[in-house]
Design a protein around this ligand. Sequence first.
Ligand code: 3PG
Length: 321
Amino acid sequence: ATSGEAKPAGFLEKYPALITGFFFFMWYFLNVIFNILNKKIYNYFPYPYFVSVIHLLVGVVYCLVSWTVGLPKRAPINSTLLKLLFPVALCHALGHVTSNVSFAAVAVSFAHTIKALEPFFNAAATQFVLGQQVPLPLWLSLAPVVLGVSMASLTELSFNWTGFINAMISNISFTYRSIYSKKAMTDMDSTNVYAYISIIALIVCIPPAVIIEGPTLLQHGFNDAIAKVGLTKFVSDLFFVGLFYHLYNQVATNTLERVAPLTHAVGNVLKRVFVIGFSIIVFGNKITTQTGIGTCIAIAGVAIYSYIKAKIEEEKRAKSA
Ligand code: 3PG
């Protein structure tokens, strides 16, 4: 080609959906690996507060190294931005720790089934916290989700209240996280926003880990883990689980930048389907027929909910056009 001629669009620029598809694939892939490795660690080292700190710590080190080499360039921060990001990070930290307490306490498949209730908490917050009317069909479509999760919980073999309640608190925390994220919309790119959120969340997570698990960890927690799997495996497991945690969240945030929030929310539920499936296969968890049916009903309910919500938003857009 002679100079001055317009460069033909590359294959990937011509097909942006392919890139978005790749983002979803990476998000799911990293998340499934994260969940499996994470649970393997809890099986020999049941200290979710400490492991949550490690997840964030590896992520923060990753961000600091990325900033040092300028990939991406660090976006400047000031006190106004910090004030906006702080509540997001606080909810991120709380949702993160409670999710992990649940992952450690019950089967991963069950924790994610409860976490599939997140759209229900979103709808409740929209109606009762933000005071925006949620249409009746949308509420009704959430009935199968609640029914399915209840059915699954009643016969879940790994059920315990710690796992159940913490997964519920994580639903509330992540709902508030999305409310505050909307308020904290800034010009900063998603990678930088997630880096700052990780740093604040790490600082928030350290004190409870030290207070709740510190003494036991020093007494025998670390030694027990090292006696079971050896120091090298213990350290490398913690490093990799942190890396996968950071990367899946990073890719999830980048995906949100490319698609509508609803598509992202639906994508997040579909992600749980993969995690539930793979974790049952990998850990060979027994599930009762009722739990299996309940999980399917809950997931189908989320699909119906998302479909109705998308329709309602489409109508709103058509009316305002
Ligand atoms: C976490 O460790 O914070 C959990 O993996 C969060 O789970 P989710 O991103 O699937 O809601």
